[in-house]
Write a protein that binds this ligand. Structure first.
Ligand SMILES: [Zn+2]
Length: 474
């Protein structure tokens, strides 16, 4: 018997094969796996909003090319893309001859570049809750200088709308819409991105980007992240630093501190604009102080790119160079050929949470049998190994159950995380409803929960299930 989902305790009850003996386990021919979880979102109503005054050009950030360091960094997506609600992130491909708000003149999109773009949007849809649809205004353009991969940002900023978490603070419109629960400015695309058609792109979605080419999916992920709010209003001119869209900061700016932990927005410390602020912006000692970003960085505020020579579009709107080549490298200021980074990494996800995004609440349980995530057939003379891992998503710390169940020719067996053992259905050792674990959900690194030595199981069909659900009775 196969069932598609372990959303509550009940479906398992239908597998009423009871055995009252504890056994050593099984042998098998066919194996199956499945994933299960829950989902949620929050809606609030809009009352008032103020867009960025028209004369101010929205800030834009750029992504530059970098020299490959001889490595082929490969970071795959971490979430289950098949479950992403992709309908909430849409792409408007500008036609040849159209001009975007950054004055890029578009040349028309190749089809394989569009496919890569859809894939990148799907990755973001798997990572954040998008209660109000986002449209990305996308331009494929011949750009200069030659080291520009692309640039992007938000089309509009809003402040003091219903649902804004911090007063007197501008939010990029995609985030403002999500917080308000409505489209604050219907008819306007939320994110504007342009890519340099002159670059040697790798347009595949499999991450196998060769040296000499730039992985387009990675670069799209990077630019979308800026449009979601990973960007500041900081500026610098001839030694004088300043901030603000008009008189107000962008929400990202609120978290920027220096080494001693002084907020750069604190005008008692740093007048706006001033040379004192300019020294800070080029001092190489800038950090993002949000609690989620810090939690993802071992409890320490992650560094922000602040080179000694101000670099417009790069300085203050990227992670520090210490993260280059790590799982957090998507948002460093430049991108090397031969790399593919299809996940933003925990620090950037924490940063997005700090500025107000809800990351997907859906935990992602992952399961492998003898190293395969697909049904496998093995011999009775092979060992049987079951591995599981859990990405808790936005459900980290929430009360949950998770399950590991084996349906075998010898009957039904439940894994118990405490004693780290399997028990036959009906065994007195099983706790009620037979979850393997109840309590605050935590990340599970890849762990082996079943190892059966060779020649210890009869031939037959074995099905394995690993799922997570709301904690029963909690
Ligand atoms: Zn960037």
């Amino acid at each position: 018997m196969i069932f598609g989902c372990i959303d509550s305790g009940r479906p398992l009850q239908s597998l009423a094969l009871h055995r009252f003996t504890r056994v050593n386990f099984m042998k098998y021919v066919g194996l199956r796996w499945l994933l299960a979880a829950g989902l949620g979102l929050t809606i609030t109503m809009l009352r008032a909003a103020e867009p960025l005054p028209a004369p101010l050009a929205p800030p834009r950030v750029v992504l530059k090319t970098a020299q490959n360091d001889g490595r082929m960094l490969r970071i795959p997506p971490t979430r289950d893309l098949a479950r992403a609600r992709t309908s909430n992130i849409n792409i408007r491909y500008l036609e040849a001859g159209e001009i975007n708000i950054f004055n890029d003149v578009c040349v028309g999109w190749p089809e394989d570049a569009k496919a890569a773009f859809s894939y990148a949007a799907q990755i973001w849809a798997s990572l954040i809750e998008v209660p109000v649809p986002i449209t990305i205004n996308a331009c494929w353009a011949n750009m200069s200088p030659a080291n520009i991969l692309g640039h992007g940002g938000a089309s509009l900023f809003f402040r003091d709308f219903q649902g804004a978490s911090i007063a007197s603070t501008f939010y990029p419109v995609a985030l403002a819409n999500a917080m308000a629960g409505v489209d604050l400015y219907p008819g306007e695309d939320e994110i504007v991105i342009a890519y340099n058609a002159l670059q040697p792109w790798y347009l595949g979605t499999d991450g196998n980007c060769p040296l000499g080419r730039y992985d387009f999916v990675s670069v799209i992920l990077h630019e979308i992240c800026h449009g979601l709010g990973f960007l500041g209003s900081w500026d610098y001119d001839n030694g004088v630093g300043g901030w603000g869209l008009g008189a107000y900061p962008i929400v990202y700016d609120r978290f920027i501190v220096n080494g001693p932990g002084q907020y750069l927005l604190n005008t008692d410390l740093f007048f706006n604009p001033s040379q004192a602020l300019g020294s800070q912006l080029t001092g190489g000692n800038i950090y993002f102080s949000g609690q989620h970003a810090a939690a993802a960085n071992g409890g320490v505020a992650p560094s922000i790119y602040a080179p000694a020579t101000w670099s417009g579009g790069s300085s203050l709107s990227h992670l520090g160079e210490e993260f280059r080549g790590t799982i957090n490298s998507l948002m460093v200021f430049s991108f090397a050929d031969g790399y593919s980074i299809h996940d933003p990494g925990p620090i950037t996800m924490g940063l997005l949470q700090d500025i107000g995004w809800s990351t997907t609440t859906t935990p992602v349980p992952m399961m492998g049998i003898n190293g395969s995530v697909n049904p496998v057939t093995i011999s009775t003379s092979d060992p049987l190994v079951m591995e599981v891992a859990m990405d808790p998503g936005g459900s980290a710390g929430r009360q949950k159950d998770w399950w590991a169940v084996a349906d075998t020719p010898l009957g039904l067996f439940y894994y118990q995380a405490g004693p780290n053992q399997w028990f036959a259905s009906g065994s007195p050792e099983l706790i009620s409803l037979h979850p393997a674990y109840q309590g605050p959900l935590e990340a599970l690194a890849r762990i082996t929960i079943l190892y059966m030595p060779p020649n210890s199981l009869p031939a037959g069909s074995y099905q394995f299930y690993f799922g997570v659900d709301e904690r029963n009775g909690a």
